[in-house]
Design a protein around this ligand. Sequence first.
Ligand SMILES: NC(=O)c1ccc[n+]([C@@H]2O[C@H](COP(=O)([O-])OP(=O)(O)OC[C@H]3O[C@@H](n4cnc5c(N)ncnc54)[C@H](OP(=O)(O)O)[C@@H]3O)[C@@H](O)[C@H]2O)c1
Length: 289
Amino acid sequence: MSVPSTYTLKSGYKIPSIAIGVFKTPVDEATAIVHKALQVGYRHIDSAQIYKNEKQSIDGIAKWIKENPENNKREDVFFTTKIFNDDQGYELAKAAIERSLENIKDISSYIDLVLIHSPRTDKDRRLGTWKALQEYAKAGKIHTIGVSNFGARHLDELYAWEGFEIPPSINQVELHPWLLRENLVKYSNEKGIVLEAYAPLVRGQKFDDPKLNELSKKYGKTPAQILIRWSLQKGFVTLPKTANLDRLASNLDVFNFELSQEDVDYLSDPESHYISSLLSKDDPTEFEG
Ligand SMILES: NC(=O)c1ccc[n+]([C@@H]2O[C@H](COP(=O)([O-])OP(=O)(O)OC[C@H]3O[C@@H](n4cnc5c(N)ncnc54)[C@H](OP(=O)(O)O)[C@@H]3O)[C@@H](O)[C@H]2O)c1
């Protein structure tokens, strides 16, 4: 089974099927990591305002463009950011979007994708945020809009809203072999929403899993590569994070082998509902990321 390098979204724009995530990438390393990621072949950066490294990540894109402007084009890079809970609501969301547009203005007048980071606010604030996102999308300042951590009831609320005009192209949620979310995946497929899989490496918490290690040996690939390939073969846009320069390339080196369907199913555990982020609740950004 070959996996596509891009998907076409409801917005009409194309999204690369693998991104480098920058949650917890130290602020003073984000520019170098993003720059190196682009050099080794990533074309998609998953950021968020709450990660506090949005500007530094964009600076990594700017550095890459500047070193070879003939070949390294802004339009070949897909940049995502997210509006966190404290910035939700119509006016606050507009101010938040303006901040990200200010951060990116040296390389473009648009952002590729902006997501509502989490539904954990309230109905007025969720829908007010969507109203702001729709306006910026219509103005061409955001190419694609979407949501994150939304369940079916939050999506239903959005589709039922009288001000609803632009459908979400993306829902970004935690997805991996121990968290299949089959109902949400089915719902999303029916609505034409592309699922982005966050924590595809389960934040390293399952690297000792016996089945994963068995497949790692069988295919001669690292556990991380098996998990990233699993995510791609499930049809997800996958967002592995590494702040380690050496792992950037190996995490991307997943397009030259294929898991059999039996092995995709073998690794998938429908009985498990394992959420990696529930391990530590002491850091408020840890919960959702
Ligand atoms: N929307 C949301 O609410 C939300 C929530 C969580 C995450 N996300 C997005 O999804 C991205 C990925 O999720 P995540 O960062 O939580 O978890 P993840 O990608 O599942 O795991 C990242 C962890 O795995 C390690 N790692 C990466 N490659 C490895 C390799 N080849 N071998 C061994 N260890 C490896 C990383 O360490 P090193 O850095 O040291 O390599 C890091 O500790 C985030 O960066 C963010 O963009 C979104």
